[in-house]
Design a protein around this ligand. Structure first.
Ligand SMILES: NC(=O)c1ccc[n+]([C@@H]2O[C@H](COP(=O)([O-])OP(=O)(O)OC[C@H]3O[C@@H](n4cnc5c(N)ncnc54)[C@H](OP(=O)(O)O)[C@@H]3O)[C@@H](O)[C@H]2O)c1
Length: 320
């Protein structure tokens, strides 16, 4: 199969390109940077330099590649997230999830491509009542906190547009692994190491995690076992409340235990902080396992993070 990946140079893309090539597929990947185009070619892909917000450019790029499938992995979350101005940090990604999705779907339709797989997210949109583990069919939060509202709206747009066009949306959990924000040297890992990520309130919010290799594996599964118009949670087997995963992550990273902040202090940063720390729901991966035959290579973030920490120690120069 010839697969066109929009946003092929990110944390997921760098894992996905070689995986598809190993499985005998041909890949065309996009980037906005000529330097990264060379990196894509080194991974075995054809490279196209195009911006996902450039409608005509994307239509031309997909038409020229004439692929069998199109994959949307464009986000702009790689940099630092300003917790107080969460919505502002997410705004470029919201655009890629709305306008970027629309351009890509139009490009796919014009090129006669039926298989479209897009990156979505699970966690922020779930209603904050009832069970702590959610399926794809569970209701969304009718009133997300102000700083999450646009992001939830953009995710909703992406999922409706993609599944409405017969494509598949894959809802990932919090990413960790090489190239993501949760890896040695990256933002979240270093915040935990520096004890700058506190537990707010009872820390009862449940987070689901996804290793970037498993995110890539789910795209392969979705393309090969095609199920049009579906949404899948792609998360590991070990959803855990913040009060459990954050101290364990700190221990694995070799940091001191996280600090605690009362709920009212967290609220000074914004209601969304309290929601993410105390009210978030975890996600079930049962549907992806049953329908796509997908199994996480990293069933638990505990082992996945420990592996990253071991790799970091092994890479450290030995003192003379
Ligand atoms: N999911 C969440 O809610 C969340 C929250 C906080 C942090 N994060 C972090 O966000 C990252 C997400 O991983 P990821 O692989 O999705 O993202 P990523 O590593 O940031 O990669 C994003 C991809 O999108 C492309 N891209 C960005 N803007 C584009 C544009 N205007 N037009 C076309 N392509 C564009 C980039 O390509 P070029 O730059 O090469 O053009 C790149 O290939 C991880 O580091 C994760 O830890 C995620």
């Amino acid at each position: 199969m010839h697969v066109f990946i929009a946003g092929a140079t990110g944390a997921v893309g760098r894992s996905l390109v070689p995986l598809l090539v190993r499985h005998g597929h041909t890949v065309t990947g996009t980037t906005r940077s000529p330097a990264k185009a060379a990196e894509l070619r080194a991974l075995g892909a054809e490279a196209v330099v195009v911006d996902g917000l450039d409608r005509a450019g994307m239509i031309d790029a997909v038409a020229a590649a004439a692929p069998d499938a199109v994959v949307h992995q464009m986000t702009a979350l790689g940099g630092e997230i300003d917790l107080r101005r969460f919505a502002r940090s997410f705004a470029p990604t919201d655009r890629l999830r709305t306008e970027g999705t629309d351009h890509l779907l139009e490009a796919a339709r014009r090129a006669g491509v039926e298989r479209v797989v897009a990156q979505s997210f699970t966690g922020h949109q779930d209603a904050r009542v009832g069970d702590w583990l959610r399926t794809e069919d569970d209701p969304w939060d009718p009133e997300p906190p102000a700083q999450l509202r646009d992001a939830v709206r953009a995710i909703g747009h992406l999922e409706r547009a993609v599944t409405g066009a017969g494509g598949v949306a894959l809802r990932y959990g919090g990413f960790y692994g090489p190239g993501s924000g949760m890896a040695p040297g990256a933002e979240q890992w270093e915040l935990i190491r520096a004890r700058k990520m506190p537990i707010v309130g009872d820390g009862g919010g449940v987070w689901s995690f996804t290793h970037v290799e498993d995110a890539a594996g789910s795209v392969l599964a979705a393309l090969e076992r095609w199920t049009p118009g579906e949404v899948y949670n792609v998360v590991d087997d070990d959803p855990a409340p913040v009060r459990e995963w954050l101290p364990e992550a700190a221990r694995i990273i070799g940091a001191r235990p996280p600090r605690h902040l009362p709920r009212w202090v967290g609220r000074l940063l914004g209601e969304h902080v309290v929601v993410m720390m105390c009210e978030l729901r975890g996600s079930s991966n049962a549907k992806a396992k049953a329908r796509l035959g997908w199994e996480p290579l990293h069933p638990s973030w505990r082992d996945g993070l420990a592996q990253l920490a071991r790799d970091e120690r092994a890479a450290r120069p030995v003192a003379a």
